[in-house]
Design a protein. Structure first.
Length: 750
């Protein structure tokens, strides 16, 4: 019989300023210190813990590292597979280029989701050009926090979708220095290495804590080049340093610094292959891809000051600086015939060349023509100063936790490019025939933004109401290489209210209504685009006991001035954002978790879960009209929004003993469409980005055996039944998922 001791009641009575400080954040720890509690001065988090996600006045999720590390997951799409309401389009099966959508928003390059690491904006240019090529690697994280319905007040600038906050490894606090190392090896010579060492010490000057971390991933890849058999490999290296100081002063305060670096290289690019060729060999790449490489580096850093002058006042201030540079050498288009001059002839975009037999032969190195290789080099920079104050007070019988925040932010992007022509030798190879003289500089795109918010959590008995308001002032400027400058500004207003009512110790209901806004990129402002706006509603029910919990949420979101993705539709270049009209997304999210072993009092656990998301995401187009522009072009009324599945399901079962555990996880995603056309042969230029994306069922089997307190053996099989399918037509043509992969290794802690 399930014990009636419920966790929800005690969690719901904590003030928000306390429950959102990461008190229960899962940390990579040794068994003997698994319940170590961090100090109250730890930085604020978005959700805080799994328990707190179930008490907020809005839908949220917290995924601790213990959950995805146990399964060997390093791809974000795997990590969130059981989380309702979030969808990830995978391009390379390694999660290097994230395309995240929440509740039906456009997921291209996650540009309608606010991405953060440790509460700091992490997209390279979150205002000027959010559709970039960097996102934190989940394999090195201590947890992931996701806000869906209640994200539109504290966090921006992208508030039509939601928030994904990555939590980096925390500084350990316990008895003496601690060390963690996980090393695995698997299919395609795939290596994963994550290690850190840290400690917290007491001195006469106060408490000091430090963390040194190194994260490495590499793989030969699974996609093979025609002729040579070369694979699309990758290599990632990420060191990090973090430390804090809590001085012995009358004021309770903490200073914290983090500096991290990423060096990432990959031999892959935009182009796919024809659908027919993909079905014959899901690992195939054409010879024209032989020259494609992606090289990047990123620096992320912050300096935080946290203080509690009194029990009713908490302050947090952070200065941050991020930099991202990448050199993308990629196949861009095809030119038929013998005209090799730069700028001459007619270029055929790759997505169209895949449906043109003569151009396809050139891509494969046998036809009469040339391929164009672009050197796209970009330099991104962002920095800012953000602040938040939490003030707790009472007015009569009402308890308040008032949050006030402000951020001043600057980001920019510029770059340069070079056009190189390579001619097919008629035998599956290429040779260079022309190269542009020097590199052509790009415009400098800059944005300065000032954001403020106010949110009050008001508690009256069993009822909690959270109204909030957000305002952003965006000042943008575009300067051409010739020095011609254009600028403008916009005022964005967002806000809403959410509530949570505790029916009894184990049951609660919640609801909310929020207005969101997502600004276009700077190029979009230049071309006259407006910010995308949304009005979202949600209502949900939660039940939670010690061995069983369930959540059901209904949502409805209406989008106006919808912004269409542009990349990959024509030449693959990033074009100005443009508005295309309206859309509606509504659906139902459910998650049920139960531990049969705990409920029955057995000596081992049998955790099971099931989650389901139904989403009806459709365009609202006037009768007799079709949308034009970008990935949504060709859509008529009630057509499906690309890459938003109608059904997304996940189920899992595990058996956990004292020293061992086995997990069996399965996920399903229904078929979707590659473009707003919802078909295969639209009028105009044929393109391989049109057409269906396969439904797919993937099953993983993973487990571990703990040899002793310091050593654990880990391993598993992902995609157990080797299911293959067409998982993306974007950016330029069909590509498939990885086949069956095995991994094994060791985890060491002391």
């Amino acid at each position: 019989m399930i014990r009636r001791y419920c966790l929800l009641a005690c969690a719901a009575t904590l003030p928000l300023a306390h429950v959102s400080r990461g008190q229960d954040v899962d940390k990579p720890v040794t068994p003997s210190t698994a319940t170590t509690s961090p100090t109250l001065l730890e930085p604020l988090t978005v959700v805080g813990s799994t328990e707190q996600a179930w008490t907020l006045s809005g839908s949220a999720a917290y995924i601790g590292a213990d959950e995805f590390r146990e399964r060997g997951y390093t791809n974000f799409s795997k990590v969130v597979a059981k989380t309702p309401g979030i969808y990830v389009r995978d391009e390379d099966s390694y999660g290097n280029f994230l395309n995240i959508s929440i509740r039906g928003v456009d997921g291209n390059r996650s540009n309608k989701v606010t991405l953060m690491e440790d509460g700091i904006l992490t997209a390279p240019s979150p205002y000027s050009n959010p559709s970039a090529y960097y996102s934190p690697k989940v394999g090195r994280m201590a947890g992931v926090e996701i806000l869906k319905g209640s994200s539109q007040v504290k966090y921006g600038p992208q508030t039509t979708g939601g928030v994904v906050n990555f939590l980096s490894t925390p500084i350990p606090e316990g008895d003496g220095p601690r060390f963690f190392s996980r090393n695995t090896f698997g299919t395609d010579n795939t290596f994963f290495n994550h290690m850190w060492s840290g400690d917290t010490v007491e001195t006469e000057s106060g408490r000091f804590g430090y963390l040194l971390e190194l994260h490495h991933q590499s793989s030969d890849g699974f996609r093979e080049l025609d002729g040579s058999g070369a694979t699309a490999g990758m290599d990632l290296l990420e060191p990090m340093l973090k430390f804090f100081w809590e001085p012995n002063t009358a004021l309770k305060q903490r200073f914290e610094v983090k500096v991290g670096y990423t060096d990432f290289d990959m031999d892959d690019s935009y182009p796919g292959v024809t659908e027919q060729d993909l079905r014959a060999n899901y690992d195939r790449r054409y010879a024209g891809n032989a020259f494609d490489t992606f090289d990047s580096d990123a620096t992320r850093s912050y300096f935080k000051w946290i203080a509690e002058p009194s029990d009713s006042l908490r302050l947090e201030s952070a200065l941050y600086y991020n930099e991202f540079n990448r050199a993308f050498f990629r196949l861009n288009d095809v030119r038929l015939g013998a005209n090799d001059a730069i700028g001459g002839g007619t270029n055929i975009p790759i997505a169209s060349a895949l449906l043109n037999p003569a151009a396809l032969a050139v891509l494969q190195g046998y036809g009469d023509g040339t391929i164009r290789r672009l050197s796209n080099i970009r330099f991104h920079e962002s920095y800012g100063w953000q602040n938040q104050a939490n003030i707790r007070f009472e007015t009569g019988s009402l308890e308040h936790d008032l949050a006030l925040g402000a951020r001043v932010h600057y980001d920019s992007v510029t770059g340069e490019g070079q056009d190189v022509r390579l001619r097919s030798n008629g035998n599956g190879g290429f040779y260079e025939v022309s190269r542009a003289a020097g590199r052509t500089p790009n415009a400098l795109e800059e944005t300065t933004a000032i954001a403020t918010f106010i949110e009050d959590e008001i508690k009256l008995g069993q009822l909690t109401i959270r109204p909030g308001f957000r305002y952003e002032f965006i000042d943008w400027e575009n300067t051409t290489p010739a020095g011609v400058s254009r600028s403008g500004d916009e005022h964005l207003v967002m806000g809403g209210v959410g509530l949570n009512y505790l029916l009894d110790d184990c049951n609660s209901i919640f609801a909310g209504i929020y207005r969101g806004s997502s600004p276009p990129n700077t190029a979009g402002y230049m071309s006259g685009a407006d910010a995308e706006t949304s009005l979202g509603y949600e209502i949900g029910y939660r039940h939670q006991q010690e061995a069983f919990r369930a959540e059901v949420v209904g949502f409805y979101t209406a989008f106006d001035d919808l912004i269409t993705p542009q990349i990959g539709v024509s030449t693959g270049n990033v074009l100005p954002d443009q508005n295309v009209g309206e859309a509606t997304s509504y659906g139902l999210e459910t998650l049920v978790e139960y531990d049969a072993g705990e409920a029955a009092g057995w000596g081992f656990g049998v955790p099971v879960y099931a989650s389901a998301t139904y989403t009806h995401a459709r365009f609202d187009v006037p009768a007799g009209q079709r949308l034009t522009g970008g990935l949504f072009a060709g859509a008529v009324d009630d057509n499906e929004i690309p890459y938003i599945p109608e059904w997304r399901l996940a189920v899992g079962v595990g058996i956990t003993g004292e020293k061992w555990a086995v997990n069996l996880d399965a996920s399903y995603m229904s078929s979707t469409w590659g473009t707003g056309w919802n078909g295969t042969t639209p009028t105009g230029i044929p393109s391989a980005v049109n057409g269906k994306i396969d439904s797919l069922v993937l099953v993983d089997l993973t487990g571990h055996y703990r040899v002793n307190d310091n050593l654990k053996l880990v391993g598993g099989v992902q995609n157990l039944f080797d299911e293959r399918g067409l998982v993306s037509r974007h950016p330029q043509g069909p590509r498939g998922n990885a086949g069956q992969t095995l991994f094994g290794g060791v985890e060491v802690t002391f």
